[in-house]
Design a protein around this ligand. Sequence first.
Ligand code: BT5
Length: 256
Amino acid sequence: RALVRPGGLWTSLDVVERVGSTNSDLVARAAELGEGAVLVAEEQTSGRGRLDRSWTAPPRSGLFLSVLLKPDVPVDRWGWLPLLTGVAAATGLARAAGADFALKWPNDLMVRVGGEERKAGGILAERVGSDGVVIGIGVNVTLREDELPVPQAGSLALANAVSTDRDPLLRALLRSLEDWYGVWRAANGDAHASRLQETYAAGCSTLGLTVRAELPGDRSLIGEAVAIDGDGRLVVTTPDGKDHPIGAGDIVHLRP
Ligand code: BT5
């Protein structure tokens, strides 16, 4: 509760035992809430991912939260918000948990379990009204191998985190998000000026890999992921030397 302080970004913090989806709930209540409202649930019964996918996790096994933001920066820069949240979560949680994260473009938080990279968190940003965006964050914290909702999932516990106390992790995450959001806003949403672009790229394990992107109209391409551009898109270089910016709405598969 100490996170809600005068002049701070977080204006209300609601912790509920159980909800369908913190994102759906906050989207539905956005009109009556102002910027900085936070909703945290101990359990989600129908957590959502992107593109109609679902987010599933046992009660109290992780962080499930959504925040309402009303960024006063040009709307064509809002596409950075999920990436900003990824950077903020990775850096804040790394400090508090004593574990390393990688960012899988566009919105997955990855941890190392044994020799492999596994998904320990995901981010879901949804526009609400003309001036708002709800950002949902799910992070697997205590999950053991036999509790994983999907085989390719990881968790802080599996990554041998020093701490898996959810309260301090939540506080660290929200503090880090407040910091990064403040820096980005002060730069009027410019990802380069706020160092968001280079920080994201530095933490992004997708760069350097060969990927297959499925584009609208049944087109697809295979190439090397080489950069994150000024709009947060993944730049893929095909064997003919051409660069293709891939938007977060396109589907990207990693090729081993
Ligand atoms: C995401 O979608 O990764 C975004 C997840 C956002 C969840 C948060 S929780 C709080 C807030 N309220 C909500 O309702 N949602 C947000 P996407 O990139 O589409 O990935 C979804 C895929 O991840 C699924 O199809 C599964 O394969 C996998 N998955 C589901 N649950 C998982 C888990 N607990 N850990 C790792 N992977 C999971």
